[in-house]
Design a protein around this ligand. Structure first.
Ligand SMILES: Cc1cc2nc3c(=O)[nH]c(=O)nc-3n(C[C@H](O)[C@H](O)[C@H](O)COP(=O)(O)OP(=O)(O)OC[C@H]3O[C@@H](n4cnc5c(N)ncnc54)[C@H](O)[C@@H]3O)c2cc1C
Ligand code: SF4
Length: 459
């Protein structure tokens, strides 16, 4: 299929956040199709970038999409939220001569056009290889589901939330990732024969033993990091001190109409302080602005040019009115019943370039203080299952052979619950390797069963 296939109207359709077809093909034609593509090395899941760009440059969007599908089940998501500037785009050779290829926008364009025109219908489901249960439907769970379904496994995904998607659905705000895009990706995974069962909290409504009793050959735990780290200082229980993940979840639920707008903890006219300066903090700050906050101030220990959030996210937050007070250590939430401000110690770099307190404090007025200093895993499944070891931070321990298996036979794990909070594509990368580990395990198990041997340890 070449570009003549598409009407002039489609060629010129302009999505303000993305490329038109004309722009996409023009951008794709700039690619040098390098023999040793640095872009591919820069991509954590080694997407076949030059190959899909070449197909696009020739107007073959269906082929381009099929190339992407060889490595990714979530191209429309990755095209929108991956930190491309630190990965594929940052590595592109053309950066040395001027402007690198906009790989993220191209991936997103291909995924969107494929979805709109159904250029590549998913393969017919085959589910003869074995039965695998997945707990958690974020990027890690969805990746294992998609990869194993394509290999011929029957997959059932359990999730505690009303809809699948994990952080994609209930964390990243709508203005950065439209929920319709997430639903569309999940629909494609569903069409591979994957079954989703929602509103089930494993460890509470169902145990791993109950799941194994349903004849699953293996279980994959991909429950992410749902417990927010707290700040143990005076006043931490005051009304108005809240967690960023809770705020973002309530904003998502209100946007989707699942809860009333009055449940969103930020109100119009609030002065808001955000503690922490990672990407979650930027999302919380930008969401607070959209909820009508009178002021939003990010408070962080780091110097402003050393914060954990992507530069593009910091710039976007600043452009929307978020202010920064860096080199500050929060020391006290002020107020009696309701919070009314945050006291901080001002930090500086001493003669050894070490960050230390100056003994001088300042005060920031606040009606709401949002804590965004990281997350860790919940212990719901671990505490109701014998034999799954975790490290001191609560992260699940896994082995390298078969890749991703926990200390409990037949139970695998991956994504943030194993490696800690990271990125969508990091969770996908890990999950892809675990999918292969699960396939090896189930295959070996079936073979042993066929030979009349038993490999199961007692659970
Ligand atoms: C606000 C926010 C913004 C982010 N922005 C970006 C970004 O722009 N780009 C980027 O690359 N990364 C971003 N990240 C990081 C990225 O989203 C995560 O690294 C990724 O989602 C981790 O995937 P996961 O599958 O391991 O877990 P999650 O996405 O956390 O999914 C875990 C799932 O498990 C379910 N679950 C948990 N416990 C149970 C249980 N007991 N029973 C049943 N189900 C359970 C949960 O309901 C959830 O659906 C962001 C993270 C946050 C919090
Ligand atoms: S490094 Fe840049 S120019 Fe080379 S193949 Fe990748 S995207 Fe194309």
């Amino acid at each position: 299929m070449d570009s003549d296939f598409y009407s002039d109207e489609i060629m010129e359709t302009h999505d303000p956040r993305g490329f038109t077809l004309r722009e996409a093909i023009h951008e794709a034609k700039r690619c040098l199709n390098c023999a040793k593509p640095l872009c591919r090395t820069g991509c954590p899941i080694e997407n076949e970038i030059p190959e899909f760009i070449k197909e696009l440059a020739n107007g073959n969007i269906g082929e381009a999409s099929a190339v992407i599908a060889r490595r990714s089940n979530l191209p429309a998501v990755c095209g929108r939220v991956c930190p491309h500037e630190k990965q594929c785009e940052g590595a592109c050779i053309l950066n040395r001569k001027g402007e690198g290829i906009k790989i993220g926008k191209l991936e997103r364009f291909i995924a969107d056009v494929d979805a709109d025109f159904e250029l590549t219908p998913p393969p017919k489901p085959v589910d003869t290889k074995g039965k695998v249960a997945i707990i958690g439907s974020g990027p890690a769970g969805l990746t294992v589901a998609g990869d194993l379904a394509k290999k011929g496994y029957k997959i059932t995904v359990f999730d505690a939330q009303e809809e699948p998607g994990g952080v994609l659905m209930y964390g990243i705000p709508e203005f950065r990732l439209a929920k319709e895009v997430v639903r569309r990706e999940i629909k494609r995974i569903r069409r591979l024969g994957v079954e989703f069962i929602n509103n089930i909290m494993v460890g509470q409504d169902l145990t791993l033993q109950d799941i194994f009793a349903q004849n699953f050959d293996a279980i994959f735990i991909a429950t992410g990091n749902s417990v927010a780290k707290s700040l143990d200082i005076d006043g931490k229980n005051l009304v108005g001190v809240l967690e960023a993940t809770y705020l973002l979840q309530m904003v998502s639920l209100a946007t989707q109409g699942s809860v009333d707008q009055s449940e969103v903890p930020i109100k119009s006219g609030d002065d808001v302080v955000i503690i922490g300066a990672g990407n979650v903090a930027m999302d919380a700050g930008r969401s607070a602005i959209r909820e009508g906050a009178a002021s939003v101030t990010v408070v962080c220990r780091e110097a402003e040019d050393k914060v954990a959030a992507l530069e593009s996210e910091v710039e976007a937050a600043k452009a929307e009115g978020v202010k920064f007070r860096s080199l500050r250590q929060p020391t006290k939430f002020l107020g009696s019943i309701k919070v009314r401000g945050l006291q901080c110690e001002i930090l500086h770099f001493d003669e050894n370039a070490k960050l230390t307190g100056t003994g001088v404090h300042d005060f920031i007025k606040a009606d709401k203080i949002v804590i965004a200093i990281g997350q860790r895993p919940a212990a719901r499944i671990i505490s109701t299952t014998k034999g799954i070891e975790v490290d001191e931070g609560g992260f699940v321990k896994t082995r390298s052979r078969p890749y991703g298996m926990t200390t409990l036979h037949g139970v695998f794990s991956g994504g943030d619950v194993v490696h800690g909070p990271a990125t969508v594509v990091r969770a996908m990368k890990d999950a892809k390797k675990v999918a292969m580990g699960i396939a090896q395990y189930v295959e070996a198990k079936k073979l042993m069963q066929e030979c009349g041997l038993k490999i199961e340890k007692d659970r």
